[in-house]
Write a protein of this length. Structure first.
Lengths: 325, 660, 469
C-alpha cells in the first residue's frame, strides 16, 4: 500500500511539470512580460524604463525557459519558468500583482471555501443517495417515472438560475437569510445556509439520476436475487446488498473531488460574496493576475492528483476485491 | 402419500409471451425431481415463479403452487418471505455472480440464519461453521471470513448450498447448480447435494440441461419444451425408453461413447411463445408428426410409469440403432504440425518500480504433433492453459519459447502470414466471435482480403461456396449476425476459418455454448468437413464425450503441461494417469453403471501462479508418494505412442493397465 | 449590381459543413438496417419525438441566423459599392420589425410605458411621469384599452395557430389515409387510439401547440414588445431568439472539436496499450488536472489579446465576435475530450480481447483495418450518446463562462450575456426580471428538449441502461 502511494506520488511529478509548462506556455505565447507590465502599470505610466523596472521588481527580466548566457545548471534555473513555476513544487507561490503573498491568501481563504463546499458535498451526497434510493425502491411505479422527469427538469435549469432565484426569493423578497456575505464562527451559519441550500438543489437533478442508474444496474445482478431468495425484505436487500455495492462507484467518484473542495466554487462564492479561493480565482482571472492564476492551477492540479490517489486507496478500502500493489 | 410440493397448471407470462404454459408436477420429500430442457424452454422461469422471484415484467398468470399445506402463490409478500429461504430455498447457476461480492460469505450465510432460525453472534457463527462442514468446505472457520472472490468455483457453490440450507428448507431448488463448474468439481458438488438430500429428507427440484446429471441424480424426470412439460416419468423408465419424440432425439443427439456414428439433429428452431402456435409445439420439428399434431395440442397419455404429451404415445416406431461409421481410419498421414517445448509465461510485476518478480506459467513446455486430416483433442479443465496453447500456435499470444513447425516450415514472427494461410481458429462463444456490425459476406471476405487469397472477383463466388459448405442459405451473406441462432453463428465462424483454405483448424470449445441438439449439428458438420477437405483439427475442449466422438488422438493437460497423450480409444477407455482417470470417471453418464471405480478428486486445481512442487497433481492425487512431491515425472512410454507423466504408473510397470 | 454582399463567417462555414455531415450520416444510416433499428426505437417514443420537434425549431432558427450578409449602403456609387459594417442574417431580415423598433431603455413585457420616469411635456407643463413607448402599444389611445387589446390579440393568434394546425392535420390525415389505403375517418380512429407505428398524437399536439404559440407571439409582437426591452431599449424577444444560434454553435461545434481527439486518442490508447496508452493517459491526466475554468480563462485571454493586437484581420465587429466564439468552441473542445476518450479507451480495451478481433488478427488484418472495421463501429453508439448528452451541458456552460467573463464576446447575443447584463438590475425596485426570465426560459426549453431527446437516444442505443425506463 505504502509503496503504491509512493509510486503514485512519483508519477505525479511529471504530471505537475506538464501542467506547469502548459499554463506557462499558454500565458506567454501572446502575453509577454512587456504586455503584463504595460497592463499593470496602466496607460499613464508606460515608459520603457518603467516597464523594465516593473519586470525586474517582479522577476520577469529573465529569459523564459533557457538562459543561454548563464552557465551550467543555472542555464535552466535562472529563468522565468524556473523562478516562478518550479518554486511551486515546494509550495512557494510568491506574490500576486497586488503585492500580497499568495500562499498567505490561500491559507486564509481556504476556511471560507471549505465552510461552503464541505456541507454542500456531504449534504448533497446524502440527498442524492436518498433520492436515488427512493426512486429505485419504487422503480416499477409512476413515482420513479416522475422522479426521473423531475431530475431531468432540475438538471435542465441553469445553475445561475438557482443562485439568482434563491437570492431573490429567499433573501430579498422573504428576507429569510442574508443575500450575501460571510462571517466566522456560529454567526457565520446564517450566511452559509443559503449558498449551501442553493448548491445542493442545483446538483440534485443530475446527481440522483446518475446514482439511480448505478443502483438499477446493481439491482439487476444475480446476487440481489440470491438475497431475495433468502427471504430478505426489499428494504433490507436495498440497504444491505444494493447500497453496499452501489456505494463503491459512488464513493470513489466522490473522493476524487474531495481534495478539490479546498478550491471552493467560483460561481457560488462570487455571487454570495464569500471570501474564499473561488472568488479569489475569479478576481484573478478578471484582473489577469498571472501569478495567482498559475498558483491556483498548480494547487488545483496537485489536489486533483491527491484525489486520484485517494480514489485508489478508497477503492481498496470499500471493495475487498481491489488490492493495491 | 401426499406430495411435499405440488405445482398445478402454472402459467407465467412476460407481456403476451407465455414463457411457462401449463406446467404441473409434484415432488415428494426425499425425492429429486429433475426438470430437463434446453436453453429457453422455460425451466429457470418455472423455478423463479415457484419462488415468486420473477424479474421485472414477468408475472404468474395462473396456476397453483402447494408446499405442504401452504398455497405459495396466494401468500401475501410478508409471509412469502418466511417461505423463501425458510421452507423452499434455491441455488443458482453462476456462484460468482450469485454471491454478493463485497460481503463476507460468513455474513451472507448468517443473514439467512438470523432470518429463519433467529440466530445471532457466536451461535450464528457456530451454526454457519456447522453448515460449511456439512457441505464439505475444508478449514471452515477461516473460510467464513472470506469474500467470494477469494474462493474457487467449487467452494463458492458449496457456500451457496450452505446458505440455502441455513433456513432448513423442505424443498431445495437447484437451477443448473454445476453448469459453470469443471467436471471433477461438478462431481464433488453433486455428491454433496445427493448426500444432504438423503440426510435431511428434503425434496429437490433439479433444473438442468444435462442428461448425464439427470441420470445420476434424479428419481423422476420431467422434460420441458417451449414452455410446456412434454414428458414425465421415473428415471429408469425414462432412460430406458423415452416416449416423446423430442426426448428421444435429445438422446440421439448426444455423442455416445465410442460409436462414432452420425448424430441425430433436430431440424428447425423452438417456436415463438406468443400463443400463436396451434397443435403440438414440437410438431414442426418432429419427424413423426401427423396431421392431427398440427391441429390439436396433445393431452397427457399415461404409459405405465410414464406420462407423455404426444398423440403418438406408445405408437412411435422402435428406436433405431445408429449407423456405425466407426472412426474414419485414415492412417497417419503426413506430419502437419509439430510443436516442441511451447511455453507461454506471463510476467508478474510488483513493487515500487514494477519489477518482474515471477511468471505465471500458463503453458509450460507443451509438445504436440498433428497429422494431416486427423484430430488431436486437447483436454483439460478451465485454467489449465489449453486455450492459451491454441492462441500461441496462431501467435495471437506471443510464445515465450518453443518451436512451431507447420507444413515443414518453421514459423517465426516473420513467417506469420504462412501460418495464417494454413491454420485458423474457431472460437467458443458464437456471439462474441462475430462482429455484430458486419454483414456475413464481409466477415467471410475479411480473411481472403487480408491474406490475398484468390483473385478479387472470385472471392464473391467463394463466399457463396463457403455458405453452402457449412449449410447456410444463400442469402445469408447479406444479413448481419444477429439474424442467426447460436448454431448458425457457429457455422458462420467455421466458414470464416475455412475461407482461406487452411489445413489446420484450431477449434476452441466450439460447442460448449450450444445446446445438445445444436452441438450435434456442429459436430456432424466438423466431421463432414474433415472427410471432404482433409482438414486437421486441434480440438480444445473439456467435454470428454465430444472428444470421444471426434478425436483420433487425445492430449490431457493439467496446469500448463500435458500429462497423458495417446490414441483416443486408449486414453479414454484405459486412462493411466490418475488425473485422466478421475476426469473420465467424473463425467456423468446416461448408461446405467454400478458406480464402482469412480475416483473423486479432492480439492481444486491449484493456481498456475504457484504450482505445487514435484508433480503438479500430487496434492489431489490418491496415489501420491514422496517422490511425487519432489520431482516432476518424466514421460513414461506405454504402447502405441501412449505415454503418461506419472511416477505411480512408471513404478507399476507397463503391463498393469487398468481395464474397465 | 448586388444590393447585398454575402458574408460567410467561420462558424457559418462550420455549421453548414456540420449540416452536410449530418445529412450524409442520415443517408448512410438509412441504408443500413442495424444502424437504423435504434433510431426506429427513438422515433417510436413520444417523449423523443416531442423534444425532437422543439429542437428542430431551434435548429431552423439557428440555421436561418447563420446565413449572413451585408447590405449595400444606399448612397454608395454603383461601380464601387460600399457595404454596411453591420452584418445581418436572413433571420434578421425576417424579424426586421422586431429589430428596428428600439425604445429608450427598459420596458416591461407588453407594456406601453417606459420603466423609468422621465420629464415629459404634458398639456404644456413638464411633469415627471412614465413616458409612452415609441412603439409598444403606440396604437392605443388610453391605458385602459391595453388589456382588452392584448386579450384580443392573444385569442386571434391562438385561433390562427389552431387553424393552421388543423389544416396541416387534415392534410396529414388525407395523405396518410391514402398511403395506407384507409378512409380518413379510419385513419383518424387509429390515430386517436395511438395505434400508429409512430407517436402520432404527440407529434400533432406538439406541432399544434407550437403553431398556436407562434400565432400568439406574432399577433402580440406586431403591437408590443412581447418580452419587454432591455437597458438600451432593444426588444428582448429579438435578443433571445438571436441567442439561439450562439447556444447551438457552442453545443455542436465544441463537440466537433472534441470528437476527433476523443475518438483518436481513446481508441488508440485502448487498442495499442503499452507506451501509446502511457503517453495518452499522461496527456489527459495533465489536461484533466487543470481546473477547467482556469484553462478556458487562460486560453480565452490569449485569444482576446490576439484579436486586440491584430485588428486588421477582422473587418467587422461580427467577424471579431465570431472568431472569439470559434475560439471558445475550440478551447472547450480541447479541454473536454478527456471524458469520452477515457470511456472509449475502456471500451476498446474490452473489445480488443473479443473473439472477433482475435479472429481478424488470426488473418493478419492490419491494425488500421481492425480499428476501422471492428473497433470503431462498435463504439460508435457511445460517441453518439456522448454527443447528445454533452450538448446540453455545453449550452449551460456558456452562461457560466460568460458570467466569469471568459465566455463569448460581450457584443454577441447570448443567454449568458443576457443574464450577466441583467443580474445587477435585480436590485432595482420594481425589479427588472424579464431579461433574466427570458434568457433562462429559452435556455431551459432548449436544454430540456435536448436532455429528453438524449435520454431516449441513450436508452435506444445502450440497452444495458435502457429497457428499465
Amino acid at each position: 500500500m505504502l509503496a503504491y502511494i509512493l509510486r503514485r506520488l512519483l508519477y505525479a511529478i511529471p504530471i505537475l511539470i506538464g501542467v506547469n509548462l502548459l499554463t506557462f506556455a499558454l500565458f506567454f505565447v501572446v502575453n509577454t512580460p512587456d504586455d503584463m507590465a504595460r497592463l499593470q502599470l496602466g496607460a499613464k505610466h508606460v515608459t520603457p524604463e518603467a516597464i523594465e523596472r516593473w519586470k525586474v521588481e517582479h522577476g520577469y527580466d529573465k529569459p523564459l525557459l533557457l538562459n543561454a548566457e548563464a552557465s551550467g545548471s543555472s542555464q535552466f534555473t535562472d529563468t522565468i519558468f524556473f523562478k516562478h513555476s518550479a518554486a511551486m513544487f515546494v509550495f512557494e507561490f510568491g506574490k500576486g500583482d497586488d503585492g500580497r503573498d499568495i500562499g498567505n491568501e490561500i491559507r486564509t481563504r481556504m476556511g471560507p471555501s471549505l465552510a461552503i463546499a464541505l456541507p454542500v458535498f456531504v449534504i448533497g451526497l446524502l440527498a442524492n443517495i436518498s433520492f436515488a434510493l427512493l426512486m429505485v425502491f419504487f422503480r416499477t411505479s409512476y413515482l420513479d417515472l416522475w422522479g426521473v422527469v423531475l431530475c431531468v427538469v432540475l438538471m435542465s435549469i441553469s445553475g445561475l438560475f438557482y443562485i439568482i432565484a434563491g437570492q431573490y426569493f429567499i433573501a430579498k423578497l422573504w428576507n429569510l437569510l442574508p443575500i450575501s456575505g460571510f462571517a466566522g464562527g456560529i454567526d457565520g451559519l446564517r450566511f452559509i445556509l443559503l449558498p449551501v441550500l442553493v448548491s445542493v438543489v442545483a446538483g440534485i437533478g443530475s446527481g440522483s439520476r446518475w446514482y439511480r442508474t448505478i443502483f438499477l444496474e446493481e439491482i439487476g445482478k444475480d446476487y440481489v436475487r440470491t438475497a431475495r431468495a433468502k427471504g430478505l425484505s426489499e428494504v433490507r436487500v436495498l440497504f444491505r446488498h444494493v447500497l453496499k455495492n452501489g456505494m463503491i462507484p459512488i464513493l470513489t467518484g466522490a473522493v476524487v473531488v474531495l481534495p478539490l473542495l479546498f478550491m471552493g466554487s467560483l460561481i457560488t462564492e462570487s455571487f454570495f460574496g464569500i471570501p474564499g479561493l473561488g472568488s479569489y480565482t475569479i478576481d484573478a482571472i478578471q484582473a489577469q493576475d498571472f501569478a495567482v492564476v498559475r498558483a491556483m492551477v498548480f494547487l488545483g492540479s496537485f489536489l486533483y492528483i491527491v484525489g486520484l490517489i485517494l480514489t485508489d486507496v478508497s477503492y481498496s478500502l470499500v471493495d475487498p476485491r481491489v488490492r493495491l500493489q | 402419500m401426499k406430495p411435499l410440493f405440488e405445482v398445478r397448471d402454472l402459467v407465467t407470462g412476460f407481456g403476451p409471451v407465455r414463457v411457462v404454459d401449463g406446467v404441473s408436477f409434484r415432488v415428494a420429500a426425499g425425492e429429486t425431481y429433475a426438470l430437463l430442457g434446453e436453453s429457453g424452454c422455460g425451466k429457470s422461469i418455472t423455478a423463479l415463479s415457484l419462488m415468486r422471484l420473477l424479474p421485472d415484467g414477468g408475472r404468474v398468470v395462473s396456476g397453483s403452487v402447494q408446499l405442504g399445506e401452504t398455497d405459495v402463490l396466494a401468500l401475501p409478500e410478508r409471509d412469502m418471505r418466511r417461505v423463501r429461504g425458510g421452507q423452499m430455498a434455491m441455488i443458482f447457476q453462476e456462484p460468482m455472480l450469485a454471491l454478493n461480492p463485497v460481503i463476507k460469505v460468513g455474513e451472507q450465510i448468517g443473514e439467512a440464519l438470523a432470518l429463519h432460525q433467529g440466530l445471532a453472534g457466536q451461535a450464528a457463527r457456530d451454526a454457519a461453521r456447522g453448515l460449511l462442514d456439512a457441505v464439505g468446505v475444508p478449514d471452515a472457520v477461516r473460510r467464513l471470513d472470506s469474500y467470494p472472490f477469494e474462493l474457487s468455483g467449487g467452494l463458492r457453490q458449496r457456500m451457496m448450498i450452505a446458505m440455502a440450507l441455513a433456513g432448513r428448507p423442505q424443498l431445495l431448488i437447484a437451477d443448473e447448480p454445476t453448469t459453470a463448474l469443471d467436471v471433477t468439481i461438478q462431481a464433488q458438488v453433486l455428491d454433496v447435494l445427493r448426500r444432504l438430500k438423503a440426510e435431511q429428507r428434503m425434496g429437490m427440484l433439479l433444473i438442468t440441461h444435462d442428461l448425464g446429471v439427470v441420470a445420476e441424480n434424479a428419481d423422476r424426470v420431467g422434460v420441458m419444451y417451449a414452455g410446456e412439460l412434454v414428458e414425465e416419468g421415473m428415471r429408469d423408465a425414462f432412460f430406458s425408453a423415452p416416449q416423446h419424440p423430442y426426448s428421444r432425439m435429445l438422446f440421439e443427439a448426444l455423442p455416445h461413447t465410442g460409436d462414432g456414428g452420425r448424430l441425430t439433429t433436430i431440424p428447425g428452431q423452438v417456436p415463438k411463445l406468443d400463443g400463436a402456435t396451434r397443435g403440438c409445439r414440437f410438431a414442426p420439428r418432429c419427424p413423426f408428426a401427423i396431421a392431427r399434431c398440427r391441429a390439436e395440442s396433445p393431452d397427457w397419455q399415461e404409459l405405465n410409469d410414464q406420462r407423455v404429451r404426444c398423440h403418438l404415445a406408445g405408437a412411435l416406431p422402435a428406436r433405431q440403432e445408429r449407423e456405425l461409421t466407426a472412426h474414419s481410419v485414415k492412417q497417419a498421414g503426413q506430419q502437419l504440425l509439430q510443436v516442441d517445448g511451447l511455453k507461454v509465461h506471463f510476467p508478474i510485476r510488483r513493487g515500487l518500480i514494477q519489477r518482474t518478480v515471477g511468471h505465471v506459467r500458463a503453458v509450460d513446455g507443451v509438445s504436440l504433433d498433428i497429422q494431416a486430416g486427423r484430430t488431436l483433442a486437447l483436454v483439460g479443465e478451465s485454467g489449465c492453459g489449453k486455450t492459451t496453447v491454441g492462441k500461441a500456435l496462431l501467435r495471437l499470444i506471443e510464445p515465450t519459447a518453443g518451436s512451431i513447425v507447420l507444413g515443414g516450415e518453421r514459423i517465426t514472427a516473420k513467417h506469420a502470414s504462412i501460418l495464417r494461410r494454413q491454420a485458423q481458429m474457431v472460437f467458443q462463444d458464437p456471439f462474441s466471435s462475430l462482429n455484430p456490425r458486419m454483414r456475413v459476406a464481409d466477415i467471410l471476405l475479411e480473411g481472403m482480403d487480408a491474406l490475398n487469397v484468390g483473385a478479387g472477383s472470385d472471392r464473391r463466388d467463394a463466399v457463396a461456396r463457403l455458405l453452402h459448405q457449412v449449410g447456410l442459405p444463400d442469402d445469408a451473406g447479406g444479413r448481419y449476425p444477429h439474424a442467426f441462432s447460436g448454431g448458425q453463428r457457429q457455422r458462420i465462424a467455421i466458414a470464416r476459418a475455412l475461407a482461406v483454405s487452411p489445413q489446420l483448424v484450431i477449434c476452441d470449445e466450439p460447442t460448449s455454448a450450444l445446446d445438445v441438439s445444436v452441438q450435434a449439428q456442429i459436430l456432424n458438420l466438423l466431421k463432414d468437413l474433415q472427410d471432404n477437405l482433409g482438414l486437421a483439427y486441434l480440438f480444445i475442449t473439456h467435454n470428454l464425450a465430444v472428444v470421444d466422438y471426434l478425436a483420433h488422438e487425445v492430449a490431457v493437460m493439467y496446469l500448463g503441461r500435458i500429462v497423458e497423450h495417446g490414441a483416443a480409444t486408449d486414453v479414454l477407455r484405459a486412462p493411466r494417469h490418475p488425473y485422466t482417470q478421475a476426469l473420465v470417471s467424473a463425467v456423468p453418464r446416461i448408461e446405467p453403471h454400478d458406480g464402482a471405480g469412480i475416483i473423486r478428486l479432492a480439492g481444486d486445481q491449484p493456481s498456475p501462479l504457484n504450482p505445487p512442487d514435484g508433480c503438479h497433481f500430487n496434492p489431489r492425487c490418491p496415489y501420491a508418494s514422496e517422490v511425487c512431491r519432489k520431482t516432476y515425472p518424466e514421460q513414461t512410454e506405454l504402447r502405441n505412442g501412449h505415454w503418461v507423466r506419472c511416477h505411480w504408473v512408471a513404478g507399476q510397470g507397463f503391463s498393469a493397465g487398468r481395464v474397465d | 449590381m448586388n444590393s447585398i454582399q454575402p458574408v460567410i463567417l467561420w462558424t457559418d462555414a462550420l455549421i453548414f459543413a456540420l449540416l452536410a455531415a449530418v445529412l450524409a450520416l442520415v443517408w448512410l444510416i438509412r441504408r443500413q438496417e442495424h444502424l437504423l433499428a435504434p433510431w426506429r426505437v427513438v422515433a417510436q417514443r413520444p417523449m423523443a419525438m416531442g423534444s425532437a420537434l422543439v429542437l428542430g425549431v431551434f435548429v431552423v432558427i439557428g440555421l436561418l441566423d447563420s446565413l449572413h450578409y451585408r447590405e449595400r449602403l444606399a448612397d454608395s456609387p454603383a461601380d464601387a459599392p460600399q457595404y454596411s459594417v453591420e452584418v445581418l442574417s436572413l433571420f434578421d431580415a425576417l424579424l426586421s420589425e422586431l429589430r428596428a423598433r428600439p425604445e429608450k431603455t427598459y420596458s416591461a413585457p407588453l407594456a406601453m410605458h417606459l420603466y423609468a420616469k422621465e420629464f415629459v411635456e404634458r398639456d404644456g407643463a413638464t411633469v415627471r411621469d412614465y413616458p409612452r413607448l415609441q412603439f409598444g402599444g403606440a396604437h392605443l389611445q388610453h391605458a385602459d384599452a391595453r388589456l382588452p387589446d392584448i386579450a384580443r390579440r392573444t385569442l386571434d393568434g391562438a385561433m390562427q395557430g389552431a387553424l393552421a394546425g388543423l389544416l396541416l392535420f387534415a392534410g396529414l390525415a388525407g395523405w396518410q389515409a391514402r398511403r395506407r389505403q384507409m378512409t380518413p375517418g379510419g385513419w383518424l380512429a387509429t390515430w386517436s387510439r395511438g395505434d400508429l407505428d409512430w407517436p402520432g398524437r404527440t407529434v400533432v399536439l406538439v406541432v399544434a401547440g407550437m403553431l398556436m404559440l407562434t400565432g400568439v407571439i406574432v399577433q402580440l409582437a406586431s403591437g408590443y414588445h412581447v418580452l419587454g426591452t432591455d437597458k438600451v431599449g432593444q426588444d428582448v424577444l429579438y435578443i433571445s431568439l438571436k441567442s439561439i444560434r450562439t447556444g447551438l454553435v457552442i453545443g455542436t461545434l465544441t463537440t466537433l472539436v472534441t470528437l476527433p481527439l476523443a475518438i483518436g486518442f481513446g481508441i488508440a490508447a485502448g487498442y495499442f496499450r503499452g507506451w501509446v496508452d502511457d503517453v495518452i493517459q499522461y496527456i489527459y491526466t495533465v489536461l484533466n488536472s487543470i481546473p477547467g475554468v482556469l484553462l478556458i480563462a487562460a486560453a480565452v485571454l490569449i485569444v482576446q489579446v490576439y484579436i486586440e493586437s491584430n485588428p486588421e484581420q477582422f473587418d467587422t465587429a461580427a467577424a471579431r465576435a465570431d472568431i472569439r466564439l470559434l475560439a471558445l468552441c475550440l478551447i472547450m473542445g480541447v479541454t473536454s475530450w478527456t471524458g469520452l476518450a477515457r470511456l472509449l479507451r475502456g471500451e476498446s480495451l474490452k473489445l480488443r480481447t473479443l473473439d472477433y478481433v482475435e479472429a481478424a488478427r488470426a488473418f493478419g488484418v492490419s491494425n488500421t483495418r481492425i480499428i476501422s472495421r471492428h473497433i470503431f463501429p462498435n463504439v460508435f453508439h457511445l460517441v453518439l450518446i456522448a454527443i447528445v448528452l454533452d450538448f446540453s451541458g455545453l449550452v449551460l456552460a456558456e452562461a457560466v463562462l460568460s458570467y466569469v467573463g471568459v465566455g463569448v464576446d460581450p457584443s454577441m447575443y447570448s443567454w449568458g450575456n443576457m443574464i450577466n447584463g441583467a443580474r445587477l438590475e435585480l436590485a432595482r425596485e420594481p425589479v427588472v426580471w424579464w431579461q433574466l426570465g427570458a434568457a433562462f426560459a429559452f435556455m431551459f426549453t432548449l436544454v430540456l428538449a435536448a436532455n429528453l431527446f438524449a435520454d431516449s437516444v441513450r436508452d435506444a442505443f445502450d440497452p444495458r441502461l435502457g429497457g428499465r425506463r
